[in-house]
Design a protein around this ligand. Structure first.
Ligand code: FMN
Length: 351
């Protein structure tokens, strides 16, 4: 591809959120120009039959997706296929638009190839996203919609926000994700309790026929995470995404005392929790792993721990747009090297 090392030097001179806006603008522009997009798709999109799966009623040509938070409004998800992603998760979207937390709220931990963010669900709201989807959904690659409550909505009324969102997107997106694991909305993680989860999936069933997944935080004991995940699955969840960012600031001496850490610093913590979930839940539900994935080897480690799909965010910032093709190419080699005919045979192989 082009030389990302040079571009990265320029981007890293910018404030991190500015750099994100530049990348988002480029992707949004590219999305409108098939002459730009199509050659990039041919170049970067790995469509190797060994990586193919059918999930949530859709075809996943490769298992590497973009994690939530990068395209919060669904403004440029079609361009993400040109970076090689097999699917994209947009959001977190809230019912009403909101600005998020005061800036600066996104930081690079450069030496540790990590990010720390306290964005607080800055987004243009469900109406804007739904309008975007009316134009562009369904799309060639599957689309997840990650939903959250507004900051100003009291914890007692949180269920109402999720109900509004299930209804708003009842005919859009290939799966929905309930985000109660962001550390940047006060009180949100308190909703990670069995009572709320049971009520949540009851409402989901009444409002949408889309598969609904739960995304969980890495800052829990494995036993607690497992209880929550099991409760969710028994209440009707179609899968679990683990994990969101961590508030374990002991991972870095450079950490700020606000926001969640993602990237390399999160890798092992996220893997360990995921493995514990895989041990109990593999075969019972669909598991998706996120947190510090930056190579085919790491993606394969998650797959062997029970992940049907993986997601990447922070490593994209550090390694650039060539990364997803590299992960998928390595992954296909690893699956083949182990003598499997399909990635589906490798899922859970280490459990
Ligand atoms: C800047 C930034 C914003 C994020 N925003 C969201 C979000 O809105 N909703 C969400 O569920 N996760 C969000 N995340 C978490 C990611 O989706 C992912 O779970 C986490 O970063 C771990 O993956 P990674 O180590 O590959 O970055 C965000 C992460 C970053 C770095």
């Amino acid at each position: 591809m082009f030389d990302y090392a040079t571009l990265k030097k320029l981007l890293f001179k910018l404030d991190p959120e500015k750099a994100h806006e530049v990348a988002a603008f480029a992707l949004k522009t590219a999305q409108q120009v098939p002459m730009v997009l199509n050659p990039l798709i041919r170049k970067n999109f790995v469509d190797d039959a060994i990586l193919y799966q059918e999930l949530f009623g859709r075809e996943f040509h490769n298992p590497v997706g973009l994690a939530a938070g990068f395209d919060k409004d669904g403004d440029f998800f079609k361009a993400l296929m040109a970076l090689g992603f097999g699917y994209t998760e947009i959001g977190t979207v809230t019912p009403k638009p909101q600005r998020g937390n005061p800036k600066p709220r996104l930081f690079r931990l450069i030496e540790e190839k990590s990010l720390q963010n306290a964005m607080g669900f800055n987004n243009k709201g469900s109406y804007h996203m739904s309008k975007n989807l009316q134009k562009h959904y369904p799309f060639a690659t599957p689309l997840g919609i990650n939903i959250g409550k507004n900051k100003t909505t009291a914890e007692n009324d949180a269920l109402g926000d999720y109900e509004t969102l299930f209804k708003a997107f009842s005919k859009q997106g290939d799966y929905h994700v309930v985000n109660i694991s962001s550390p940047n909305t006060p009180g949100l993680r308190d909703l990670q309790n069995e009572q709320f989860i049971k009520a949540l999936f009851k409402v989901a069933k009444e409002c949408t026929d889309r598969p609904v997944l739960l995304k969980i935080a890495p800052d829990m004991e494995a036993k607690q995470a497992l209880n929550l995940a099991t409760t969710a699955v028994e209440a009707g969840a179609a899968g679990i995404i683990a994990t969101n960012t961590t508030i374990d600031y002991s991972l870095s001496q450079n950490a700020k005392d606000t926001g969640g850490i993602s990237g390399a610093l999160l890798r092992d913590k996220s893997y360990e929790l995921f493995y514990a979930l895989g041990k109990e839940l593999h075969g019972k539900t669909t598991l998706i792993s996120a947190g510090g994935i930056d190579s085919g080897e790491e993606a394969y480690r998650r797959i062997k721990a029970g992940a049907s799909l993986v997601q990447v965010y922070s490593a994209l910032v550090y390694e650039g747009p060539g990364l997803i093709k590299k992960i998928n190419t390595e992954l296909a080699e690893l699956v083949r090297g182990d003598g499997y005919e399909s990635i589906t045979q490798a899922i859970g192989a280490d459990l």
